[in-house]
Design a protein around this ligand. Sequence first.
Ligand code: FE2
Length: 266
Amino acid sequence: MITLPWCADIHLDHARPDAEARFLDALRKHGGEPVLICGDISVARDLVPALERIADAVARPVAFVLGNHDHYGSSVADVRDAVRALNARRPEITWLPPAGPVRLDADTVLIGVDGWADGRYGDGLSTPLRLNDDRLIAELAAQPDHAHRLAARQVLADADAARLDVLIEEAVGMALHVVIATHVPPVVEVLPDRGRLSSPDWWPILVCGATGATVRARARQHPRHRFTVLAGHTHVAADVLIGANIRVVTSVARHGAPVSHAITLS
Ligand SMILES: [Fe+2]
């Protein structure tokens, strides 16, 4: 059993200084390391400074994946370059996808990929709902129409799923419990079955079917291993079991009032 300081969708660009200070204070008080952040940290212009403010406050290693909002006002390519450069300058701040598995204890290994809502659940072409990604992330804004933007998202999601497949194969050789950090939940089961988000119109923009297929396939292949997925993006707390050996947990979030948790992984 291990406990980690964990947060997702903190959107620090929406937090006033006093709210950010309270968040950092609470985060600092959670035991364990690394501090794990499952995306939507801020927007592109503030992403690197935000990660540095967090690392400075907690004085411990910080491991993160990127969320869609972290690219707003920039491009996927430039944001990835920026976080790689940050990691070269400050090795304690780690973007998980290129880092490879991080051992947490004898039984537990942490891996991560960003994940992208890929329209594979629900009807990605006909849903009337849109994320601001379409206007605010250069690679998506450059596409001529919705069908092309959906295709571009699926390319990003598929690349993350392929990376996740490699990471899981490495991780299962190291430990029996694999913790997967990602931003976009890989399964539709985390969405509430009542209220606004229960409409299938949301599924294409809230779930990454590609990483979900990878996790399900690898979990079936490794029935003795346990897989815990920590995600965000929905802003709604969920903790669901999928099959015999997959647990998926999502974090609650509210713009302007970032929160952190001590998550116990067993
Ligand atoms: Fe998000």
